[in-house]
Design a protein around this ligand. Structure first.
Ligand code: SAM
Length: 244
């Protein structure tokens, strides 16, 4: 006997909406979303999909009206409550745009709670477009089934980031540190990943002098910054996060 298929089927399209969801709530879709559902997915009146607003969990919704470049949906019932994710912040020195986009997408899929761009001496990216990173996080959340979006903070200079630190910081240091697996403890944490060019010796001293900092090694090889971010977050989720 085939297992009873999960309801709602995981295959239903998922959309993030900025309208607060509740039973009977009406959601007006913008032209881009209406075009996606209507012309790409060929959904019409009566069609079903899943919505989430990052606050009220996931809801089954039905297409009520379809007009040129516009669609109205009605939320029918909650299908999943808002998820709880491990309280981990990924602090990273912005890298080249494509790599930063990739890092944000993967960190969202892995379940990160917060992303904190940290500007360092050797940071290549002059400007970080937060709206752009938010839209990448939304797409990743729609795809991987998240109901809560990661918070993306405005960039901070390294000294300001350290000054505001309120939790253990796992400092990924390619010059050496404790094996990550030994340094991980359940509970709130932050992970710091440097730029392609690495931290300057002065920055490294400043970071290591901070009482909340634990320098960790991600193994004997020099990883690209985006690989280091993914490796550290994966280890955190497996050993101290919600994969246990
Ligand atoms: N500039 C450095 C070099 O060429 O020696 C490499 C920097 S690495 C490309 C970028 C960042 O990834 C580092 O600042 C560090 O945070 C992290 N990283 C890379 N490999 C690592 C390792 N084996 N252990 C800990 N952190 C690592």
């Amino acid at each position: 006997m085939p297992a009873t298929p999960a309801w709602p089927p995981r295959s239903l399209p998922r959309l993030f909406v900025r309208t607060r969801l509740a039973e009977g709530a009406t959601v007006e879709l913008d032209a881009a979303a209406a075009n996606y559902l209507g012309n790409v997915l060929r959904l019409g009146e009566g069609g079903e999909l899943l919505l989430f607003d990052g606050l009220a969990g996931e809801w089954l919704a039905r297409i009520a009206t379809v007009a040129k470049k516009r669609m109205t949906l009605v939320a029918e019932r909650q299908t999943r409550p808002l998820e709880q994710v491990p309280d981990v912040t990924l602090a990273f020195a912005p890298i080249k745009r494509a790599q930063t986009d990739w890092l944000v997408e993967k960190a969202t899929e892995l379940g990160v709670a917060r992303l904190q761009p940290v500007m360092t001496r050797r940071t290549v990216a002059e400007r970080v477009k937060i709206e752009r990173l938010e839209s990448i996080a939304v797409e990743a959340a729609e795809q991987c089934g998240r109901t809560l979006l990661p918070a993306i903070a405005d960039p901070l200079a390294l000294p300001a980031f350290l000054g505001a630190l309120d939790r253990p910081l796992l400092f990924a240091d390619e010059t050496g540190g404790a094996p990550l697996g030994q340094a991980l403890r359940p509970g709130p944490a932050a992970i710091l990943i440097g730029p392609e060019g690495g931290f300057t010796p002065e920055e490294r001293d400043l970071i290591r002098a901070h009482p909340h900092v634990i320098a960790v090694s991600l193994g004997p090889r020099i990883l690209r910054a985006e690989t280091a971010a993914l490796a550290a977050l994966t280890a955190y989720m497996a050993l101290a996060g919600d994969w246990r």
